[in-house]
Design a protein around this ligand. Structure first.
Ligand SMILES: CC(C)(COP(=O)(O)OP(=O)(O)OC[C@H]1O[C@@H](n2cnc3c(N)ncnc32)[C@H](O)[C@@H]1OP(=O)(O)O)[C@@H](O)C(=O)NCCC(=O)NCCS
Length: 253
C-alpha cells in the first residue's frame, strides 16, 4: 500500500504491512475500545477473519515513528445500487456480510463502508479520527468507488439506553450535539441518512446475559447492559435475550 508521511512522523500502512507486534497491538486496541456485548457478536466471529484476508488494503493504520498504531479504520468494499434512504435496517451486520459475500461471488463493489474507526486510548481527543476519515475518503477515490458509507455507533449513546436513536441523534446539551462521534462526522461533512435499528443483532440464552449483568434475571423484560446503546429484551419462557443495536447510517458525498 502507498505510504503517506505527515511531518515524517506518521505513516499509513495496511493490514499486510503489520508485523507480529503491531497485530497484537491492533487486537488489544479493539478489545479495549468496545464493551463485551459488541465483541461477542456471532456475525463478527463468522465474517471478520475473512475481512482481513480478502481486503488487507482496506484495513488502514496510522502508525507513528516508533511504529506504534495510533488509530485505524476497518473498511470493506461492497455493492449497493439502491437509493441510500433504503439502506438496510441491519446496517453493520449487513455491510460486513455483504462485502464478504460479494467478494466470494465476484460482484464488483461500488461502495466503501467503514466498519469501525478506533483511536488508541493514548491518543484520544487529539483529532486523529479526522485523519482516519480523510484516509477513508482517499481510499474511496483511489479505488474509484461511488459512496463512503458508515453505520456509526454513537459513542455516548450508552448514557441514554432508553432514548430512541431518532431522538438521541439530535439531542443537545449546552447548545451543541451531545454525541461527540456524531459531531465529529458532521464536522467532517458527513450527511445523516437514517437510523438502522438492528445494526448489530445478538441473540443469546439467558445465562449469557446473566454473566454480563453479574446477576440472576428473574423476570422477562428490558434490561440495561453495560456499554449497550439500547436495552436488551429478555424472554425467560424462550430462554432468550435479544439485543438489537441501533446505529446511524451516514454518507460522505
Ligand atoms: C470515536 C473515536 C474514534 C473518536 O476519536 P477521537 O480521537 O477521540 O476523536 P476527536 O479527537 O476528533 O474527538 C471528537 C470529539 O470527541 C470528544 N472526545 C473525545 N474523547 C472524549 C472523551 N473521552 N470524553 C468526552 N469527549 C471526548 C473530543 O473532545 C471531540 O469533541 P468536539 O467535537 O467538541 O471537538 C474514539 O473515541 C474511539 O476510538 N472510540 C472507541 C471506538 C469507537 O467507539 N469507535 C466509533 C464507533 S466504530
Amino acid at each position: 500500500m502507498h505510504r503517506l508521511d505527515m511531518d515524517n512522523q506518521y505513516s499509513f500502512v495496511s493490514f499486510s504491512d503489520l508485523d507480529h507486534r503491531q497485530k497484537q497491538q491492533y487486537r488489544n486496541i479493539i478489545q479495549n475500545a468496545f464493551p463485551r456485548i459488541v465483541l461477542e457478536s456471532k456475525v463478527t466471529e463468522e465474517y471478520w477473519p475473512r475481512l482481513e484476508t480478502y481486503f488487507p488494503e482496506y484495513q488502514v493504520y496510522l502508525t507513528n515513528s516508533t511504529k506504534e498504531i495510533v488509530a485505524f479504520i476497518n473498511a470493506i468494499p461492497f455493492s449497493y445500487k439502491r437509493p441510500l434512504n433504503e439502506l438496510p435496517d441491519d446496517g453493520w451486520d449487513w455491510m460486513l456480510k455483504q462485502g464478504i459475500e460479494n467478494k466470494e461471488q465476484n460482484i464488483i463493489p461500488n461502495c466503501i463502508g467503514g466498519l469501525q474507526i478506533i483511536v488508541n486510548t493514548n491518543y484520544l481527543g487529539q483529532g486523529y479520527s479526522r485523519i482516519i476519515i480523510n484516509a477513508a475518503k482517499s481510499l474511496r477515490t483511489e479505488k474509484g468507488l461511488e459512496h463512503l458509507l458508515i453505520p456509526i455507533r454513537p459513542t455516548f449513546k450508552h448514557h441514554f439506553p432508553h432514548m430512541e436513536m431518532e431522538k438521541y441523534m439530535h439531542y443537545q446539551e449546552e447548545g451543541k450535539l451531545y454525541d461527540p462521534w456524531i459531531r465529529s462526522h458532521l464536522r467532517n461533512d458527513a450527511r445523516i441518512i437514517k437510523v438502522c435499528h438492528n445494526a448489530m443483532n445478538i441473540k443469546r440464552a439467558i445465562p449469557y446475559w446473566e454473566g454480563l449483568l453479574g446477576r440472576k434475571i428473574k423476570t422477562s423484560g428490558n434490561y440495561v447492559v453495560d456499554g449497550a446503546l439500547n436495552t436488551v429484551t429478555m424472554n425467560l419462557e424462550d430462554n432468550l435475550g435479544e439485543y438489537r443495536e441501533a446505529n446511524i447510517w451516514i454518507s460522505y458525498d
